[in-house]
Design a protein around this ligand. Structure first.
Ligand SMILES: [Fe+2]
Ligand SMILES: [Fe+2]
Length: 263
């Protein structure tokens, strides 16, 4: 596999278009993008016919975000699901996962696992396959598609819902109307990151210059830096926010909150 790890991980913004441009001629590649102290996130891209590597992890829940094309996941004893851009797939701890690109062109996924994850446990075939239970509500569905969330909540209001909640992560999907903004805050002990799934947003981190991020881009902020986020343009936005399950917020407009230690 062509692997390229430059530029360094944890860029304030990792732009999907720039990453793809670096791999124009590669059929199969990966780039490590984020190390937040609990997760290692890497973008993987491959074409149909690339052999899978079915394995399981005994010690953590692994999850993926679809970032283009079509990819098939066979998780545990569940029938394969096809995930596309903006979909989240979870392999609960101990459940084998077999991932294959299907359809035309590249299937791209952001894999999020433990920094120390390995692929040592292989070769366990499921003894039966049962359908994924689509009636379960979020969080922690095996497959939560962006389409499902849009049908569930629409685009007429601001909304936010947990997609995943476990010992390591809380993932919220946040829909924000044009002109909307967060309540600026900082986190004392947690790096936060986001994936933009719809529209365009502007981040201001600490005293830095504001920058924009669009569909497919990842944004990272280190613990201790204030962050202000707003939707720009005429289209509503959707972003995934990846935090710890017990995230602490100190809001800049709260007179009782300590000021951010970094700027
Ligand atoms: Fe895995
Ligand atoms: Fe935050």
């Amino acid at each position: 596999m062509a692997t390229q790890t430059t530029p360094a991980t944890n860029q304030p913004v990792a732009r999907l278009s720039e990453i793809l441009a670096r791999h124009e001629n590669d059929d199969r590649w990966s780039e490590k993008l984020i190390l937040d102290g609990r997760n290692r996130a890497a973008l993987i891209s491959s074409v149909a016919g690339t052999p899978g590597d079915p394995h399981l992890h005994p010690d953590f829940n692994e999850w993926w975000l679809g970032l283009g094309g079509q990819t098939s996941w066979q998780i545990g004893e569940y029938e394969p699901v096809i995930a596309e851009f903006g979909d989240i797939v979870i392999a609960p701890c101990g459940q084998r996962h077999d991932i294959q690109t299907v359809g035309e062109g590249h299937g791209r996924r952001l894999v999020v696992g433990l920094e120390t994850s390995n692929h040592d446990l292989k070769g366990v075939e499921p003894s039966r396959l049962i359908p994924v239970d689509e009636s379960l509500e979020p969080p922690n569905r095996i497959h939560t598609s962006l389409k499902y969330m849009l049908e569930r909540h629409g685009t007429d209001t601001d909304w936010s819902e947990e997609i995943l909640l476990d010992q390591r992560n809380r993932i919220n999907m946040i829909h924000q109307l044009p002109g909307g903004a967060n309540r600026p805050h900082w986190h004392p002990d947690m790096d936060e990151w986001w994936a933009v799934l719809k529209g365009e947003l502007e981040w201001t981190i600490g005293d830095g210059e504001p920058f924009r991020a669009g569909v497919g881009d990842l944004v990272f902020v280190e613990a201790g830096y204030a962050h202000a986020i707003r939707t720009v343009g005429d289209e509503s936005t959707i972003r995934l926010a990846v935090t710890t399950p017990d995230v602490v917020h100190y809001f800049l407009d709260d007179p009782d909150a300590p000021p951010p230690p970094k700027s």
